[in-house]
Ligand binder design. Structure first.
Ligand SMILES: [Zn+2]
Length: 296
């Protein structure tokens, strides 16, 4: 049974979204986003480390494993592993992912992203499986589809459905509608995870117009989410590594990434991306101190 002091959590993973070294107010984000978006990050986020003591440029497969499994995945692999996890990393993900940890505590997790072009299990068996695909297939065993998306009961990775082909026959929606859809899912689950990776795609392209379009959608989505979030729900947003905050470089950055917690007035004891997992579990189990043991 859910205890009254347990929070629901919406976890958002932004791919390639770092903290600008010049500060939020002087950054490309301030140039392209609303003042509300900037103040959210300025007032409710702290910078956390994504390098985890392993030389090189942080990458998605190990960065996302660190976020979703609570381990130093680059150290476990001996390097930062880019894009998709191979078999060794996938084993770790199947064993330690946050969906599994949440279910072991008697809570209900959900992956909000809809799979439209590919079937979950076919994708999970291919080499183009993302960290979230591995954990969703292994632990939840099912994912939302085009039908769920049409009914507004899931969210597409691009927020608005605009990158879907016309033959998918799924209407484009406003970012505010996508936020409302995500909030409805969050009200029916304990942990609701949404993954967004256009921030990394546009970061690699160094295209200012595409960056503006993506940041504008993300801006409206996050503002609508935080404006309408239920009182029993906390948004926890982080990233696997930096990229789009440095629009002149097509590579991932070594900048810290934000840990945004809304609403939250304390100072979370989180210094790096592998510590976000324990922090989320502590919120879900009615205990805001990550040091305390989390019991069912
Ligand atoms: Zn990338």
């Amino acid at each position: 049974m859910q205890q009254s002091n347990d929070a629901r959590v919406i976890m958002i993973m932004l791919d390639g979204f770092g903290v600008p070294p010049e500060g939020w107010d002087g950054s490309v984000y301030a140039e392209l986003c609303s003042t509300r978006f900037i103040s959210l990050f300025r007032d409710y986020s702290i910078p956390i480390d994504a390098i985890l003591g392993v030389p090189g440029i942080p990458q998605s497969a190990t960065g996302q494993t660190a976020l979703f499994c609570g381990i130093n995945a680059p150290a476990a692999m001996g390097r930062h592993v880019h894009a998709f996890p191979g078999e060794r990393l996938s084993e770790i993900i199947r064993e330690k992912n946050i969906f599994k940890a949440v279910m072991e505590r008697g809570k209900r997790p959900v992956f909000a992203n809809a799979y439209v072009r590919h079937n979950l299990h076919e994708l999970a068996a291919s080499r183009f499986r993302s960290v979230t695909t591995v954990m969703t297939a292994a632990t939840l065993g099912k994912a939302f589809t085009a039908d769920d998306l049409r009914r507004g009961e899931a969210v597409f990775h691009d927020i608005t459905n605009r990158t879907l082909p016309p033959e998918a026959d799924i209407p484009i929606i406003q970012p505010e509608t996508a936020a409302a859809n995500l909030l409805r899912l969050a009200a029916a689950h304990d942990l609701t995870l949404f993954e967004y990776f256009l921030s990394d795609r546009v970061g690699h392209k160094c295209d200012q117009a595409m960056l503006q379009e993506v940041l504008s959608e993300l801006d409206r989505f996050l503002c609508a989410l935080t404006d309408n979030i239920e009182t029993d729900t906390i948004l926890v947003l982080s990233a696997d590594h930096g990229n789009c905050e440095a629009p002149d470089s097509p590579l991932h950055s070594q900048n810290p990434v934000p840990l945004l917690i809304y609403p939250y007035s304390g100072k979370p004891a989180v210094n790096s991306i592998d510590q976000v997992y324990d922090f989320i579990l502590s919120l879900l189990c009615g205990n805001f101190c990550p040091a305390r043991e989390c019991h069912e």
